[in-house]
Ligand binder design. Structure first.
Ligand code: A3P
Length: 314
């Protein structure tokens, strides 16, 4: 009875503090107000040499990669990966909300080593300590068009993200980098360039969809974890879209409906490559491609199946 009352009180507190937060610029990158307000804590975060960072632009397959990494480090023990929801197992470094929920840093400071954490920070905003300690970073990139579609649905359901508004305007905001964590184009490019001088494993969502076992192997090699073939197969099976969709420790079902409005979308929405074709109009697609070519000029970073004309990238 007392627990129920306490839960109700927490629920009421949550309802009073949660809102769609505005974006504030932090070193030129739009971040949600509560993150910007506690930015000094993020900037001064003390890394440890054996920290592992999973870095992504939002909607690139972060949670998928988190689940895989957690299982790799547990040698495929699926019971162990049921110990807590994802946000507890692999905290979100910069994330914070007004109390009562703990921030990512609250969860991380006293966590035992080796710590694994998620971040959406662009490379230039990563706390310097990670680079000084030469921490390993797994970066996952997803093509821009599927990312913007996924982000649009996520922003509708996530009641702390800015209201996405209608689809047409949202595509423009995305192209301008006027969404939480800023420009997709700068994000994917910068990590791509920095991998030459830092311990960054750069993965693609599309490659994971194409051959998950192969990409899990790339992760085990990078993490220097030796796993037999059957365990890698087991991890691939356990992290398939359908199984993760039904796994409450991985699908964010534990997040209260005051934060995730599941009438708008589901976190495990479709998990496909090329879903953008169902949403982009011909005119939007042409404008997006022209802008894309300008923003991605000069990089050797290529995404598959995303432009109508791949000529400049072949
Ligand atoms: P969709 O909205 O296109 O379905 P993130 O974790 O970075 O927020 O990314 C969420 C996206 O990854 C969602 O994309 C989600 O469905 C997809 N995703 C999550 N787990 C997946 C899995 N096991 N296989 C394929 N896609 C997955």
């Amino acid at each position: 009875m007392a627990t129920k009352k306490a839960n109700n009180e927490v629920q009421q507190q949550l309802e009073s503090v949660f809102q769609r937060f505005p974006l504030l610029l932090v070193h030129g990158i739009p971040l949600m107000e509560p993150i910007a307000q506690r930015w000094a804590e993020v900037e001064n975060f003390e890394a440890r040499p054996d920290d592992l960072v999973i870095a992504t632009y939002p909607k690139a397959g972060t949670t998928w990669t988190q689940e895989i990494v957690d299982l790799i480090l547990a040698a495929g023990d699926t019971e162990k990966s049921q110990r807590a929801p994802m946000q507890v197992r692999i905290p979100f470094l910069e994330y914070c909300t007004p109390p009562p929920l703990p921030s990512g840093i609250d969860r991380l400071v006293n966590a035992p080593s080796p710590r694994v954490m998620k971040t959406h920070l662009p490379f230039q905003l990563l706390p310097k300590s990670f680079l000084e300690k030469d921490c390993k970073i797994i970066y996952v990139a997803r093509n821009a068009k599927d990312t913007v579609v996924s982000y649009f649905f996520f922003d509708q359901m996530h009641l702390m993200q800015p209201d996405p508004g209608p689809w047409n305007g949202y595509v423009t905001k995305f192209m301008e980098g006027n969404v939480p964590w800023g420009s997709w184009y700068d994000h994917v490019r910068c990590y791509w360039e920095k991998k030459a001088n830092h311990r960054i494993l750069y993965l693609f969502y599309e490659d994971m969809k194409e051959d998950l076992v192969r990409e899990i192997r790339r992760m085990t090699d990078f993490l220097e974890v030796d796993l037999p073939e059957d365990i890698v197969d087991k991890i691939a099976h356990h992290t398939s879209f359908q199984i993760m969709k039904d796994n409450p420790m991985a699908n964010y079902d534990t997040v209260p409906s005051t934060i995730f409005d599941r009438t708008k979308s589901s976190f495990m929405r479709k998990g496909e490559v090329g879903d953008w074709k169902n949403y982009f109009t011909v005119a939007q697609n042409e404008a997006f491609d022209a802008d894309y070519l300008r923003k991605m000029e000069g990089t050797s970073l290529h995404f598959r199946n995303v432009l109508n004309s791949q000529k400049k990238f072949s």
